[in-house]
Design a binder for this molecule. Structure first.
Ligand code: BG6
Length: 487
């Protein structure tokens, strides 16, 4: 749907997220006629820019990083504005309000305003308070919505405190907590795949599934984000949000309808069913790792501790591998092995469903594996492995596969995660945004890991460019299972 006329206010407009994700997403939406007929984008941050300087800067970035059409680009630029503001100073929001009034008249935005917080998390509580002090939270004149980037909190207590603070000024229906994994086409496809196909749904439970893997591997290190990452680590950066959301999509019950309430009720229910990690789990079913220096194909990969912005004696994990369980009727006893890490051999995010073997090995001990690999990125698609008769004498089963690649649907242009989520927020559809109760359930689940991280000897090393600590392999080997190693 094309959203109503509106103004998008981006706090943190001179930051990396705005340049790398938000402005390119808005440009693509504009170029594909996805934005409203009339709209304004107002960048806000401390740095001083004129509108023209801001436009020049963003256009420069778009020309460098995207394939652009000059006419479209200059039409897009006419919608860009900038307001310098000390975002912690409530008085200065009077200037923002005045600016919004002007833009509202000029672009007929009818007071509809999306406030996007792409700032450091320390401002997530302050900005809503300052907006409210100037009445910019009330919906008497047009809708007002708040998009909050991750991380939403630092642990359970801070997430609760942040929620309480924002809820003083904005109600839950106005708050859109971003988890960009939910904006990915292939994550959404998990639902369609499961609930639109009668052939898979009957098998999707403990009776037929042996175990499930969820992997989000990255080949890059922390790059320029050492300062942020060293205060976060993989558990906060990837597990608490993205991976648990993917796990929810894989394991949730079918919602009665695809809308914000039904969907998020089911997500919350399954997240509340995660088996809390015991002391035994923390010691045996959790592997935290940090990459060390290594040589890969003649290239020297530095240790995490040598990265810019990282403490020399940092004990922050860049890898987490975990065995989890969902304590409910459908999943009782099925392990979910979840892992994510930086500086692994390749960049891949995938879900692997391992089906149980047939009860009796008629065709020899090496029964073929029945496995479904749902590739979330890159090379989005689905691979199904099963056994067929090997041609020739005798009866030997041979492993074969069927492989579907999204790129073969050549007529489809996939919206990027940020395009999809920005559109949904403008359209008031919160289905793909994390609800307060689910965010709390995720923090509640990971809190014991955050506490465990503080103990000495909780961290293993792994050579940069490998699949993480050997202990993660051993964790599965103990149950005669193994990770898939995609290349
Ligand atoms: C971000 C994390 O949320 O997700 C990054 O902060 C990580 O550390 C990124 O690299 C991964 O996202 P994607 O879309 O590249 O899988």
């Amino acid at each position: 749907d094309i959203p109503n006329n509106s103004c998008i206010v981006i706090f943190g407009a001179s930051g990396d997220l705005t340049h790398r994700k938000l402005i390119p997403a808005l440009y693509h939406l504009f170029a594909n006629q996805g934005l409203p007929e009339s709209f304004a984008i107002l960048g806000v941050s401390r740095t001083h820019f004129t509108d023209q300087e801001f436009r020049d800067k963003l256009l420069g970035i778009l020309r460098e990083t995207e394939t652009v059409d000059e006419n479209t680009l200059s039409a897009f630029a006419n919608h860009l504005y900038y307001q310098g503001l000390n975002t912690s100073d409530v008085e200065q929001y009077a200037q923002l309000k005045a600016r919004l009034d002007l833009l509202q008249d000029h672009h007929q935005t009818e007071g509809n305003t999306l406030f996007y917080l792409a700032t450091p998390p320390s401002l997530y509580g302050v900005i809503p308070e300052c907006l409210a002090a100037h009445g910019l939270n009330t919906e008497e004149n047009g809708w007002k919505r708040l998009v909050v980037e991750k991380p939403f909190g630092y642990d359970l207590a801070s997430a609760e405190a942040l929620d309480a603070k924002i809820h003083q000024h904005f109600n839950e229906q106005q708050i859109y907590r971003i988890d960009h994994y939910l904006g990915k086409e292939t994550v959404q496809n998990l639902l369609v795949f499961r609930f639109a196909n009668g052939m898979f749904e009957p098998l999707w439970n403990r009776n037929f599934i042996d175990y499930i893997e969820i992997t989000a591997a990255e080949s890059l290190g922390v790059e320029e984000r050492g300062g942020y990452y060293d205060g976060a680590g993989a558990v906060r950066d990837m597990l608490q949000n993205h991976l648990l959301q993917v796990l929810a999509m894989v394991s949730m019950e079918p919602p009665s309808a695809i809308n914000a309430n039904s969907m998020r009720d089911e997500v919350y229910k399954v997240l509340r069913s995660l088996k809390p990690l015991s002391e035994h789990d923390l010691k045996r079913n959790l592997v935290l790792g940090q990459y060390t220096e290594s040589q890969v194909r003649g290239q020297n990969l530095p240790a995490y501790r040598a990265e810019h912005g990282v403490a020399d004696d940092s004990r922050v994990e860049t890898y987490v591998g975990l065995k989890m369980e969902v304590n409910n009727w459908r999943w009782n006893g099925v392990p979910f092995y979840v892992r994510t890490g930086k500086r692994l051999p390749t960049r891949v995010t995938e879900v692997v469903i391992h089906f149980k073997k047939t009860p009796h090995p008629v065709f020899g001990a090496d029964a073929p594996e029945n496995k479904l690999v749902i590739r979330i990125q890159p090379d989005e698609g689905i691979l199904m492995s099963f056994g067929l008769k090997k041609p020739g004498a005798g009866f030997t089963a041979e492993q074969v596969s069927m492989d579907f690649h999204y790129k073969e649907l050549s007529e489809t242009t996939m919206l990027s995660a940020y395009e999809r989520l920005l559109l949904d927020a403008m359209n008031g559809d919160a289905t793909l945004f994390a609800r307060s109760d689910a965010v709390h359930a995720c923090w509640d689940f990971v809190q014991p890991i955050l506490d465990f991280k503080e103990r000495p000897q909780s961290l293993y090393g792994y050579a940069a460019g490998t699949w993480g600590p050997i202990e993660a392999e051993q964790m599965l080997a103990r149950s005669e299972r193994q990770w898939r190693y995609p290349c």
